[in-house]
Design a protein around this ligand. Structure first.
Ligand code: SAH
Length: 205
């Protein structure tokens, strides 16, 4: 089933071998309710509790590809959710920091990622603020729909770094990539419509 999913990702344009290998090495069924186990490798999103979803594998792969990751880079992820995307980033040999606003999801992800032997630094809190203590980051990945691009995240990016963020309120977000050219200049590009749960400010609970 995992192989079939990887073939599907390839057909849809995911060409980075390291990313395909990371999918091959990551048991997505660990991140889903047992009831969903049989469908874990189909290309769909699932409820993970608290009204949140684990992203479509294609979306995870697409966002990861836009980050152009290199081993040992320092990554900040906003929206840990199930922890599946976090596991993919860890599998790619990066140093991952992640923030989740739901305590229960944060605890759950912590548990699963530990079981898989990954060591990301998970945080419970509000992603709009980023993690100033650990900044700057080589790359920042937002996995919830942002109403706008938070200034704190642009500030916490290294010059030469990349921010990938789905921007827009309502049902659709535009996948946006910002490359930081200097402290004040960014190159912006967009990559089509996606659908994410909303990024909510000051709602850590
Ligand atoms: N990367 C996740 C995607 C989960 S959905 C995965 O692979 O499963 C997005 C997550 O973002 C949800 O869990 C939601 O609770 C969280 N989120 C929304 N707004 C947030 C905020 N301001 N700070 C941190 N997390 C947030």
């Amino acid at each position: 089933m995992r192989r079939k999913l990887i073939e599907e990702l390839k057909e849809r344009g995911i060409s980075d071998e390291n990313i395909l290998q990371a999918f091959d090495a990551t048991p997505r069924h660990f991140f889903l309710d047992l009831a969903f186990e049989k469908q874990a490798y189909s290309n769909t999103a699932f409820q993970i509790g608290k009204g949140q979803t684990i992203s479509h594998p294609y979306t995870v792969a697409f966002q990861t590809q836009l980050l152009e990751l290199k081993k040992r880079e320092k990554i900040l992820e906003i929206g840990t959710g199930s922890g599946f995307q976090t596991a993919i980033l860890c599998q790619l040999g990066t140093k991952v920091f992640s923030i989740e606003r739901h305590r229960e999801l944060y605890l759950n992800a912590k548990n699963i990622l530990e079981k898989l032997g990954h060591q990301p630094r998970l945080n419970f809190g509000d992603g709009f603020k980023g993690l100033p203590t650990f900044a700057p980051f080589d790359k920042i990945l937002v996995t919830c729909g942002a109403p706008f691009i938070p200034q704190a995240l642009l500030d916490q990016l290294k010059v030469g770094g990349i921010l990938v963020i789905p921007v827009g309120e309502g049902k659709k977000q535009i996948m946006t990539r910002m490359i930081k050219l200097s402290e004040t200049e960014f190159e912006e590009a967009t990559y089509g419509d996606f659908s994410f749960v909303p990024m909510l400010e000051n709602k850590a609970k």
